[in-house]
Design a protein around this ligand. Structure first.
Ligand code: PLP
Length: 456
């Protein structure tokens, strides 16, 4: 990896300029203390003080191909020189090629691609397509989910970030998905959790009225809200409910898609085929903003002669499409999805389970591929979360101390509520993954100090 060069003066200037004019998302402006980043390569990035960090976050779980992949950087440069921008209504070679490649990879007959600039817009448009296709108003989505921060997407989100939304959540009804470790259904095992979650969903459909429900939207593997892997049979069960009641099945693969779980799409693990599939992030590792909706033939046919009322100035932006083509080709040539599966099975899975045994603060390990979470607890028996689940003004000290310990050691973690997610690039090597686990192991000693075991 590239070598960091200490240049604290430039670092201080970059930070001062940021503080003056940049308004940061999801942050109190005077509290946020952003790190000034000087460069990045592969699984690492570095600051201006000579510190290098192993990126166990893939930023916002999107740099699946790692930082500064030369083939993707070069494709963007080449496209910029050839045709930097052009409106969506024209046929452009890289746009058709990106759509063809994505259609080829997505399951079933999801063969038409509507491009957006990111995940939230993909969700907004998928929901609009479902409503227009069915003529029905309501959408069901899960508690413990994240679907984006724009108006409809934030209302569809199931976690407390939705509370900040000032728009009415008209037409959105939330349900409980399966999550055995903190089961809403008091289930004893995965099979019972699955059965009860499907019964709950069918009851909810009955009480809301099947004739009023346009879509069921869910993340194939829940990401930001906890890396929740569905039990076998759950997705097939939801598919069946959708078919029985004429409801559109939308899988949100914005975070889980493009290699994160060790398959191209998380849906592939269970042979699940939705009617609409949303993607973003890993499609081009975020080198240029890009997202989209993969659309089944049946839903595309709704708009064969009737215009689809929706579009964005930058839909299918040539630079974004060129980077997606280069990303997908590089992932194939370098067997990057296979690498994610291999690292998950041989290093991260076994390594994290061993870590859980050693640390009283680790309640549960779950995940697949390069998509894992450690659920940190005060007490392994009661499963009380290490910090209260989003209680306003709650003391976040244990997680803040753990995060600081990771960063001091050169590991950049992804931390949310009482969890740390282990979500490195799909390109991570065995040696890098092992290095990260060692640093994580050491930092968890800080979390252990806040547990009942430490107090007792
Ligand atoms: N859907 C899922 C599953 C996500 O994880 C995210 C972002 O984290 C989004 C949608 C929103 O994507 P974006 O931030 O690109 O709008």
């Amino acid at each position: 990896p590239g070598a960091p060069v200490a240049d604290p003066e430039t670092g201080a200037a970059v930070k001062a300029a940021d503080r003056k004019h940049v308004f940061h998302s999801w942050s109190a402006q005077e509290v946020i203390d952003p790190l000034a980043v000087a460069g990045a390569e592969g699984s690492y990035f570095w600051d201006y003080d000579g510190n290098r960090y192993l990126d166990f976050s893939s930023q916002l779980v999107n740099t699946n191909i790692g930082h500064q992949h030369p083939k993707v950087v070069e494709a963007i440069q080449r496209q910029a020189a050839k045709l930097a921008t052009f409106a969506p209504a024209f046929a452009i070679d890289v746009r058709s090629e990106a759509a063809r490649l994505i259609a080829e990879l997505t399951p079933g007959d999801l063969d038409k691609i509507f491009f957006t600039n990111g995940g939230a817009e993909a969700v907004e448009n998928a929901v609009r397509m479902a409503r227009l296709h069915t003529g029905r108003p309501k959408v069901l989505s899960a508690y413990r989910s994240y679907h984006g921060a724009t108006a409809a997407a934030i209302n569809l989100t199931g976690d407390p970030r939705r509370w900040a939304s000032d728009t009415a959540s008209a037409g959105v009804v939330h349900f409980w998905g399966p999550y055995l470790y903190r089961s809403q259904f008091h289930a004893a095992d995965e099979a019972e959790e699955c059965r009860r979650a499907l019964e709950h969903l069918e009851q909810l459909i009955a009480f809301e009225g099947p004739q009023s429900i346009a879509a069921i939207l869910l993340e194939t593997v829940v990401g930001t809200a906890g890396v929740l892997v569905p039990p076998d049979g759950y997705l097939a069960g939801v598919r069946e409910l959708c078919d029985r009641y004429g409801i559109v099945f939308i899988l949100d693969e914005v975070m889980a898609g493009f290699g994160r779980t060790g398959r191209w799409f998380a849906a592939d693990h269970w042979d699940a085929v939705p009617d609409l599939l949303t993607f973003a992030k890993g499609v081009n590792s975020g080198y240029v903003p890009l997202g989209g909706v993969a659309i089944s033939e049946r839903i595309a046919a709704t708009f064969a002669t009737r215009p689809y009322p929706g579009g964005l100035t930058y839909s299918g932006h040539p630079l974004a499409c060129a980077s997606a083509v280069a990303t997908i080709n590089a992932m194939r040539e370098e067997r990057i999805v296979e690498n994610a599966a291999f690292i998950g099975e041989t290093v991260l899975g076994p390594g994290l389970r061993a870590i859980a045994e050693r640390h009283p603060s680790v309640g549960e390990v779950r995940g697949m591929g390069v998509f894992w979470a450690l659920d940190l607890v005060k007490d392994k028996i009661t499963r009380q979360p290490l910090v209260p689940y989003n209680a306003a003004g709650a003391d976040n000290t244990p997680m803040a101390e753990f995060t600081a310990a990771c960063k001091r050691s050169g590991l950049w973690p992804f931390v949310n509520m009482n969890r740390t997610h282990v979500v490195p690039p799909c390109t991570i090597t065995e040696a890098e993954a092992k290095e990260g686990l060692e640093l994580l192991d050491q930092a968890l000693a800080v979390a252990d100090r806040h547990t009942v075991a430490a107090a007792g």
